[in-house]
Design a protein around this ligand. Structure first.
Ligand SMILES: *[C@@H]1O[C@H](CO)[C@@H](O)[C@H](O)[C@H]1NC(C)=O
Ligand SMILES: *[C@@H]1O[C@H](CO)[C@@H](O)[C@H](O)[C@H]1NC(C)=O
Ligand SMILES: *[C@@H]1O[C@H](CO)[C@@H](O)[C@H](O)[C@H]1NC(C)=O
Ligand SMILES: *[C@@H]1O[C@H](CO)[C@@H](O)[C@H](O)[C@H]1NC(C)=O
Length: 211
């Protein structure tokens, strides 16, 4: 009996060692299917984590407008808009996202975009090398569009942000479940999501392509 439990303990320890992930790695899911047309349009940024602070520092009311790139079913155009917290002046970046050519990774994209006053907007979608934008999970389709999207930066830095179509609907229907899931995927402690403010916002009109 002693022997049996000893063997059990040893094999459990071995199993744990073999299946342990490298320190710091998070077991994040990723989506298996993406209908790109249902991913386009306006999104409101509702959560981020501290890894994304450089993006969210000093601005509020962050939205993203995703659009079609003519002739490119593997790419999305993007405009991120926000307001300076102090001046309330608009601040935006523009760019593109290119999807992984590997059909088993439909939610993996590489994003390239402008940084105002520092880097001009790219003129065409970047060449896909390695994802820096990974869709971990999509919400149900409501009125022909995914209702939320949970995104990581795909790297070891564990950046996180949460996009939704409608803040009130997200809070009512999905928020509790989503926050629970994010915690089980390792977004806790310093990596935990925090609310990104969408108060007193003056949103720009949607870009003409899908207005
Ligand atoms: C802009 O949005 C893209 C995709 O929506 C995201 O990867 C990026 O971090 C955002 N950048 C800024 C400056 O908001
Ligand atoms: C917001 O505006 C202030 C005052 O003009 C400026 O110093 C600051 O850099 C701006 N923040 C961002 C994120 O652009
Ligand atoms: C495609 O992606 C899948 C899932 O991430 C991976 O297992 C596979 O090795 C990839 N194939 C190629 C050719 O990179
Ligand atoms: C919204 O703006 C009003 C008037 O400028 C201000 O009093 C209020 O504190 C603001 N609310 C938030 C949540 O920022």
């Amino acid at each position: 009996m002693v022997r049996v439990s000893h063997i059990l303990v040893v094999s459990c320890a071995l199993f744990a060692a073999v299946h342990a992930r490298p320190l710091g790695a998070i077991p994040q899911p990723n989506i298996k299917e993406l209908r790109t047309e249902q991913y386009l349009g306006r999104w409101y940024n509702l959560y981020a984590n501290s890894v994304e602070d450089r993006i969210f520092d000093g601005v509020t009311c962050i939205i993203a407008d995703y659009g079609v790139v003519p002739g490119r079913s593997d790419a999305i155009s993007l405009i991120n808009s926000s307001q300076n917290k102090t001046t309330f002046l608009p601040y935006s970046t523009r760019g593109f996202a290119t999807q992984s050519p590997n059909a088993s990774e439909p939610g993996d994209f590489v994003v390239a975009q402008s940084v105002p006053g520092y880097r001009p907007a790219p003129k065409e979608p970047p060449v896909y090398v390695k994802a820096n934008y990974v869709i971990m999970e999509l919400g149900p389709v409501v009125d022909g569009a995914y209702d939320y999207s949970l995104i990581s930066d795909g790297g070891n830095s564990k950046g996180l942000f949460v996009l939704a179509r409608d803040k009130n609907r997200f809070v009512e229907k999905y928020q509790q479940e989503v926050l629970k899931k994010l915690a089980t995927w390792g977004f806790t402690g310093a990596l935990a999501p925090y609310v990104t403010a969408q108060n007193n916002c003056t949103y720009p009109p949607p870009p003409p392509a899908y207005a």
